[in-house]
Design a protein around this ligand. Structure first.
Ligand code: GFB
Length: 313
């Protein structure tokens, strides 16, 4: 096992997204400077020839594959074709080009929605492919499962050091606050803030509020990714989470408290609940020696305090 060296060339695919930008901040803090970055208009990762040319020309040593088409429950369910096509194309092109150009190590980032809808909780890595997926995000999950299996296949046949990690639901700087496309945590921060500002009597949340989710601050994720990139060299994947979940209704109450809003909460029952529960088993992660540090309340407070520059704030 060899640690990443600060002079080595690092390509972070998706460096402007929430995950990629957090990995960038972490690596900069660790002294890395030799980065390759491309925006989606400079390099369309769905374009096989362009991706291969980029890798052949620049030959990165290490790759963090954090580029993906992502979104909340409604976006996943609405743009089903885009979620499977874009994600398969991006990851196929990058993983194959990484093999061809001799990348030393690649990390593929997935998502906790890869597990069966009714997986035993907390979900352990070996529950993968043991049951049917949650329908609202099946196209995205199929792409992410293909990414894990592709890394494993390239490791088995070609000896590539490609690893996969599966983060739970994430939040933090550079999150998406578009109310139709975002995940629940940023959506509720915005809804409560706007209701407070406009003195609205209530906030409308989606679904029943009974589903439970686990939330990890993206700076903790980036810390775990850096740690695993230096210490983990196996096939399969590692769950990255905090090991605790919260009902969406209780998350709403926590955000209401942080935002200091005193109105009511209503439910739009035309919107889907999605998976009833999605809690990661983090035993494997903890056995590597890594644990999350940022509590949910502290994380939400930090995010809320950093939003003044948003147009809707
Ligand atoms: O975060 P979220 O969109 O995605 O929704 P998933 C989580 C829960 O919060 C659902 C409820 O039960 C929503 O109905 N919810 C309540 C809200 N109010 C809102 C709101 O204003 N906005 C949103 N977005 N939700 C996604 C997957 O699933 O999570 C992806 O579709 C991926 O594939 C990602 O895995 C991490 O947790 O249900």
């Amino acid at each position: 096992m060899s640690r990443m060296q600060v002079q080595e060339k690092i390509y972070i695919a998706g460096h402007r997204g929430m995950v990629g930008s957090a990995i960038k901040r972490k690596l900069e803090k660790e002294g890395f400077q030799n980065f390759l970055f491309r925006t989606s208009s400079e390099l369309d990762l769905r374009d096989q020839a362009a991706v291969h040319a980029f890798f052949e020309t620049h030959k990165p040593d290490h790759v963090f594959l954090a580029a993906a088409k992502v979104g909340g429950i409604l976006a996943n369910n609405t743009y089903r074709a885009e979620f499977i096509y874009d994600n398969l194309m991006i990851q196929n092109n990058i993983i194959h080009a990484a093999y061809k150009s001799g990348v030393k190590k690649l990390m593929f980032l997935g998502s906790s929605c890869i597990y069966p809808k009714m997986a035993t909780q907390p979900m352990q890595e070996d529950a993968l492919l043991t049951g049917l997926l949650e329908p609202t995000n099946e196209p995205y999950a199929i792409a992410k499962i293909a990414g894990i299996k592709m890394c494993d296949a390239y490791r088995a046949q070609y000896g590539c050091n490609f690893i996969s990690v599966m983060p739970t639901n994430l939040y933090g700087p550079n999150d998406n606050y578009d109310l139709e496309k975002s995940h629940v945590l940023p959506a509720l921060i915005r809804k409560f803030h706007e209701a407070k500002k406009k003195k609205k009597p209530s906030v409308m949340m989606w679904g029943t509020g009974t589903p439970k989710r686990e939330f990890l601050h993206v700076d903790d994720l980036a810390d775990a990714c850096y740690y695993l990139m230096n210490t983990y060299d196996e096939q399969g994947f590692v769950n990255i989470g905090v090991g605790e979940d919260i009902a969406i209704k209780d998350l709403a109450l926590l955000i209401k408290k942080v935002v200091d809003y005193d109105g009511n909460i209503e439910h739009d029952l035309t919107k889907p609940d999605g998976t009833p529960r999605k809690l990661m088993n983090v035993s494997k992660l903890h056995s590597t020696g890594w644990k999350a540090k940022i509590t949910l309340e502290d994380g939400i407070k930090a995010v809320y305090e950093s939003l003044q520059s948003k147009s809707w704030y």
